[in-house]
Design a protein around this ligand. Sequence first.
Ligand code: NAP
Length: 325
Amino acid sequence: MPQQSPSGSAHSASSPGGSASAAGPKILDGKTLSRAVAGALAARVAALRAKVGRAPGLAVILVGDNPASQAYVASKQKFAKECGVETFDARLPAATSAAELRSVIEGFNADPAVDGILLQLPLPAPLDGSEFVRMIAPDKDADGLHPLNQGLLMQGTPAPRPCTPLGAMALLDLALSSVALTESTKLDEIPRASLAGKSAVVIGRSQLVGKPMGLLLLERNASVTFAHSKTADLPSVCRAADVLVAAVGVPNLVKREWVKPGAIVLDVGINRLPSGKLCGDVDYAGAAPVCAAITPVPGGVGPMTVAMLVSNTVENFVRRSGVQL
Ligand code: NAP
């Protein structure tokens, strides 16, 4: 869940780094967890709406006609609507000029009904995504990618956090809880896990996933190692991890032999094989038998990314309206 939701006290990781379970790994079902988040958000939005007199608003900006981006945007808008969040749509042609895009962002920045702005990336060339992310008002940043919010993450100050790492952390909490997950699981039944004394390895150091993921793990007291394309002997580095996060974009990179028995494996990668099938960065069939817990692809981190975007929007609404609830 979002960083602010779980109210339980931190507890220690008992299984990571231990031996693989004879019962097989815990499959971290992001689809079901995202449904539980949707239920919690819908109830929160209804209560907030009654108190403030309006629903939180999410503005979605899509430039061009990239089919993957269209699909991502559609699933984010659907999830937002299911939670009672109002959505505002800006569909712009691929030939949109920098000035036109800037004017759309400024319009949403100034609109009091908008609490979250999603600028779907990547933008078509020559538009530079990071330049336009910087134009989003930081208190309306739904993706947690504005440089100010990334700085606040560095400081440990509350602010919108990047959605994919936030979703992966929620799945890590699930891995370390004894909750039998259903769509009606109450989020505060899943405590925030402490990773004190545990080692975490994040493969990937992007602004979007790798770096913020490492900082969120550090916040939970893990000893964090960043690995990347220049890392020597990646298999040995990974084998030391109680928590292994793969955010690379290379299909099936992480092999069974790279995984410490009993580790928790969070596979962020979404790769399309020539066959059209989706796969992650981890060789799931090979690695799953030695893990304590693992996220499937699809159906793991992906649905939680969508849920965290809407959660960030609701939390922005709460911060912006100053409502106590
Ligand atoms: P990115 O910006 O391309 O970063 C990839 C990172 O992986 C870089 O730090 C790179 O190292 C490292 N890397 C590349 N090849 C490597 C190798 N052979 N060995 C070790 N490290 C290697 O990608 P991203 O935006 O972080 O996304 C990563 C993956 O997550 C992609 O598959 C993407 O589709 C997926 N993703 C999924 C979600 C979701 O919701 N599940 C959300 C966002 C992204 P260098 O820095 O040295 O180049």
